[in-house]
Ligand binder design. Structure first.
Ligand code: AMP
Ligand code: ZN
Length: 197
């Protein structure tokens, strides 16, 4: 697996701000990418969007990843979710999913808000695809529910993450199992055409 990923169980990090994985911290201050800001969060456009609309909601609090989220972050996660819902409601003619990657590659907790057309030149690999269309993608509402009811977020082991990312390609809208990414990318366009009719 090529993905440059941290362990989802790591408790702290000493990675410097110049490390590639700190790119989101710089982007949070980039007016070209920033969409919205309040006292608790910043919303940015994903620099390499994997769909027509792809935003990231990040807390200002220095929380390394979803695996450092504690019970006392419940309100923050709810706020991030509300901000995401607000973005989604503005794009009434697009479906979205809102959630976290089980094994994030970039520092600072970030909530993906992504339209499900997945129509983007940046969506290139099987790992990209499976990171949004398998249980590797932790839906924000499920995460908040777990935190509320169990006081913690259910861990996903690195082995399981790997299995999800290596899952055989499958269309997210029908039963087709394309043999490769070019076939999948051609196929998902047919769902977009149907939507327009
Ligand atoms: P994850 O796998 O959840 O860590 O996803 C990280 C996301 O950050 C991906 O969707 C990338 O396209 C995006 N990304 C990577 N570098 C940057 C950057 N410097 N600024 C904004 N978004 C970025
Ligand atoms: Zn399909």
């Amino acid at each position: 697996m090529k993905r440059k990923a941290e362990s989802n169980t790591s408790k702290s990090t000493t990675l410097s701000k110049s490390h590639w994985s700190a790119g989101l911290l710089k982007s949070m201050e980039d007016p070209e990418l920033m969409v919205k800001e309040d006292d608790k969060i910043v919303v940015i456009k994903d620099k390499y969007p994997k769909a027509q609309f792809h935003y990231l909601v990040l807390p200002k609090e220095d929380i390394h990843s979803i695996w450092q989220v504690k019970k006392n972050h419940q309100d923050l996660l709810m706020h991030m979710h509300d901000i995401a819902r607000d973005l989604v409601e503005r794009q009434t003619d697009h479906e979205f999913i809102i959630g976290y990657h089980a094994m994030p590659s970039m520092q600072r907790l970030h909530l993906h808000v992504i339209s499900t057309d997945f129509n983007s030149p940046y969506l290139k690999t099987k790992y990209h695809w499976n990171s949004f269309t398998t249980p590797f993608f932790l839906h924000s509402s499920d995460v908040s529910c777990q935190l509320h009811e169990e006081g913690e977020i259910n861990k996903v082991s690195p082995e399981r993450c790997k299995d999800y990312l290596n899952t055989k390609l499958k269309c997210h809208k029908c039963t087709l199992q394309p043999k490769n990414m070019p076939d999948l990318k051609r196929h998902i366009l047919t769902h977009l055409d149907k939507q327009k009719q």
